[in-house]
Design a protein around this ligand. Structure first.
Ligand SMILES: [Zn+2]
Length: 242
């Protein structure tokens, strides 16, 4: 629906700021990809250690949230989860983050990268967390030009033997409504995506209305793309990077 994504995708990389970002925004889509045989890798800039009310040490919170994300990834058939250990709440689109992401892209060699939009969605500000946008900015730079340019971070090639890699397609989540151009019908994967989200016990354990709220949100998205009543969809801005 909308933009036409590539069909020759064998590997996909999802880059997000915090544990639970992908499971709120894109878990149904990830489930549809792994069901179609696409190898999916997650890369998280942080372990989410800055969440909560401050009553627990940050290292403990980070360890709990890391475990929750690993469990959620396993639920969806995601093969690998990489944590880059940038500071939660203080992620910057720095050269250091760009290099970390270019390294992961060159190693995983994904055909498609899904990340968060660098732009603010003024219709729903809570998803436009500064960490999400910093990750979006750094991931865009890692996709274009860093990972494909042998002169960007030359030490990756010289010292780590990581050859340049061109990511063909970028998917952006939670960007401005007007820029979204593609919806994935995730109806069959709704229960699975909710099971993945429920793995984040420290974040969603006290939200009994979560299923109804998200079902309504994804039903509205499906309706906007002309899908029949009862269908559910997740929406993205799909960009060809070539
Ligand atoms: Zn987040």
């Amino acid at each position: 629906m909308g933009a036409t994504p590539r069909e020759d995708v064998r590997r996909a990389l999802v880059v997000c700021a915090h544990p639970d970002d992908v499971d709120f925004g894109a878990a149904g889509t990830v489930a549809s990809w792994t069901a179609a045989g696409i190898e999916v890798t997650y890369c998280l800039a942080t372990r989410g250690e800055a969440s909560g009310d401050g009553s627990r040490p940050r290292a403990e919170v980070g360890a709990i949230r890391q475990g929750e994300q690993l469990h959620a990834a396993d639920t969806l058939g995601v093969g690998e989860v990489v944590f880059l250990d940038h500071p939660d709440g203080a992620v910057e689109p720095s050269l250091a983050l760009r290099r970390d992401l270019a390294r992961v892209i060159r190693r995983v060699r994904p055909d498609r990268v899904l990340t968060w939009s660098p732009e603010i969605n003024w219709d729903h500000v809570p998803t436009a967390h500064p960490d999400h946008r910093a990750v979006g900015t750094a991931t865009f730079a890692a996709v274009y030009p860093d990972a494909r340019n042998p002169n960007a971070f030359p030490e990756l090639l010289a010292d780590e033997h990581l050859a340049p890699w061109t990511v063909a397609e970028l998917w952006l989540a939670d960007g401005p409504s007007l820029l979204r151009n593609h919806a994935v019908d995730t109806t069959e994967f709704f229960d699975l995506r909710m099971a993945a989200l429920r793995c984040h016990v420290s974040q969603v354990g006290d939200k009994p209305d979560l299923v109804d709220r998200l079902r309504g949100h994804f039903a509205d998205t499906a309706a906007r793309y002309g899908l029949p009543r009862g269908r559910l969809a997740e929406e993205f801005q799909v960009v060809a990077t070539g």
